[in-house]
Design a protein around this ligand. Structure first.
Ligand code: HEC
Length: 131
């Protein structure tokens, strides 16, 4: 306790700890927002999506806090989901139902308990339509 070495170590760790605390805070905020699930009328429905519109709305409500089309936000981009699941919508739906833990550089995806099987069908259709 109190040796020069200790103090040096504590100081050199501080910025990292601060960064991790901020990242954790951002993640918790995104999780909370995703769980709040805003009412559909607050969202603009992209009518050009036609049959995919419902999945698009569900995605905007439940997923877009952490996922974008081409860039990593908290989780991987949609294009990466498509490359993994393009031939396996059932596995995609299973992940959404019960997310796993894969990537070392990402936190665990939260389970979104408000979604029904029908919602996951629409979500999978929407996601896999994206190029
Ligand atoms: C609070 C943030 C958050 C929300 C909300 C969220 N995800 Fe994720 N998602 C993640 C993270 C983080 C990962 C990476 C987890 C890992 O690799 O361990 C991930 C990974 C994924 C993957 C990749 C699976 C794989 O096999 O690699 C898919 C697909 C996915 N999410 C779909 C969705 C869908 C669909 C929704 C909405 C219904 C959603 N996510 C909502 C954070 C989130």
């Amino acid at each position: 306790m109190g040796s020069g070495r200790h103090i040096y170590r504590a100081n050199s760790l501080a910025p990292h700890q601060k960064m991790m605390a901020e990242k954790t805070k951002a993640f918790l905020k995104a999780s909370e927002e995703a769980r709040k699930n805003p009412a559909p009328e607050e969202l603009e429905i992209d009518e050009s999506l036609g049959k995919l519109a419902k999945g698009g709305v569900l995605f905007a409500q439940n997923c877009s806090a952490c996922h974008a089309k081409d860039t990593k936000v908290v989780g991987p981009p949609i294009v990466e989901m498509v490359s993994i699941y393009k031939n396996d919508p059932a596995a995609l739906k299973q992940w959404i139902k019960k997310p796993g833990k894969k990537r070392a550089d990402a936190p665990q995806m939260p389970t979104l308990g408000n979604l029904t099987d029908a919602d996951r069908d629409e979500l999978a259709k929407y996601i896999l339509s994206i190029k």
